[in-house]
Write a protein that binds this ligand. Sequence first.
Ligand code: C2E
Ligand code: MG
Ligand code: MG
Ligand code: MG
Length: 292
Amino acid sequence: KSKQNGKNRYHFYSRDMQADALERMRIETELRVALAQDAFVLEYQPIVDADSGELVGAEALIRWLHPQRGMVAPGAFIPVAEDSGLIVPIGAWVLREASRQWHEWDMRGLAPLRLTVNVSGVQFRDAGLPALLASVLDEYRVDSGCLMLEICESVMVDGNSAAEARMREIKDQGVGYAIDDFGTGFSSLSCLKRFPVDIVKIDRSFIHDCPQDRSDAHLVEAIIAMTHSLGLKVVAEGVETEAQLAFLRALGCDYLQGFLIGKPQRAGEFEALMRRRRMLLPPIDGAPQEAA
Ligand code: C2E
Ligand code: MG
Ligand code: MG
Ligand code: MG
């Protein structure tokens, strides 16, 4: 009987896996076309200084303009791009486009603005990355201090000394690092100390239930304190409510990003925002606030 169940399960998973494999192949084929046809676009999500509420930068986020399915979010294609290796040319497009946009804004007097760009582990380990960066920084005369790469914790963990050498090679060009989705991986304090990291971005899953969830609130408090003790800055991702804002400000979080401050938007809208006002939140009051 159990054998029978096992057999049924086998068929079930097998068909499921086949459908999944076909779907992935279809996405991969379409991604190749998208690359050739320049069917990607970047959106920019504002990042503000927590105390002053002023715009300090933006995270560039890729979207795929699919001919039938409309705008496709990265979660639906980045994993396929990573598995197929297509993330290398797609990631190169992202770095080039973000640099081009930075240059355009700089020419119009809208700099200095810090842009952060997501770089996946596969792309980070690609041998061509340092040269690509050097080339786009030079081509668009980007102030390298204004470009920051967002990498996830796993880059520091599995890459060990090769990853450390790669990080330093890029850091020598003046480009900084933010550790994305911090807290969801397995990096340790010693990683943050050993690798040339500038910023830690607390994953939005920890911010979501703050401040009412006591254990998440304590975790966020601990991450901020630890990050500061290492001399690094911290960004809270996914800030959606006034209560989260007050909580994060009371803890001395350095920068904020989330729908409360602004959604990811196309370059044109983002530029309009920059021209309208650089202060996206009212500044923190002078009065002492109580930590939740
Ligand atoms: P991420 O780097 O952690 O980016 C933040 C994600 O959170 C974005 O989703 C953003 O739209 C979303 N977000 C921001 N604020 C809020 C909020 O207040 N509430 C909620 N619910 N969500 C918020 P998006 O654009 O769908 O990107 C998802 C992930 O895809 C990114 O997570 C990143 O890991 C990856 N990704 C995006 N662009 C690129 C890229 O150019 N290259 C690579 N390799 N990965 C990318
Ligand atoms: Mg990111
Ligand atoms: Mg993130
Ligand atoms: Mg995240």
